[in-house]
Design a protein around this ligand. Sequence first.
Ligand SMILES: [Fe+2]
Length: 235
Amino acid sequence: MFEAERRKFLAQSGLGLAGATGLILRADALPTPMIGSAEETNRVLIQMAPPPKVEITPNGELKKVTPQPYGPFYKPGAPFRGKLSLPGEPGTTFVLTGRVWAFDTKRPLPGVVLDFWHVDAQEKYSDGVSDFRNRGRLVSSETGAYELESIRPIPYRPNAAGNPDFWRCAHFHLLAVCPGYQPLVTEIHFQDDPQKKDPMYRAENAIAAEKRTVNGRSFETGVFDIVLEREKSTR
Ligand SMILES: [Fe+2]
């Protein structure tokens, strides 16, 4: 019973994706450690364990993420999953990975809900009502890690008819929510973007896209670490 619930949770949250895609999961990846009985470990997986006490950032420093506005295309209620695009969807397959960190403790944050959304290869967002293509939520793991597969967002014209010369730089939108921490809304940009003249482009939020081939499949990948700040006390 409990094992079935755990599998259902993993399937819904996307935490089981890496094993299913075979793209990133390394042969030397460590299993989740058992904490007491199997049932206790399962409960920890669902409730998310506290971050490891000993682990801090390598140099003890964290760079805050520059916030960005939601923009007009956010829709609540995206499904929990680790693959945001449809199978065979046009575009360059992109694997985005990273870790979520607490700025105050310099330690990983598990159980953070990460909501991503981006355009398709036709410069369009799905409606987020009946169609959730290129939208999805993930939960950071017990080590604060996350991984998603989608297509690489492209630059787009928000008003192609009225202002065809105005281009937004390519970006993943991101909303990160964790109890006790300030919600973070931002955009993840690309260092090799051709539309860096977009005034919203932020070099500090730009990732390096790396071309890779695994199991005969070519894709691009990038790493973006998310840093959350403590909620301000109202007292
Ligand atoms: Fe956007």
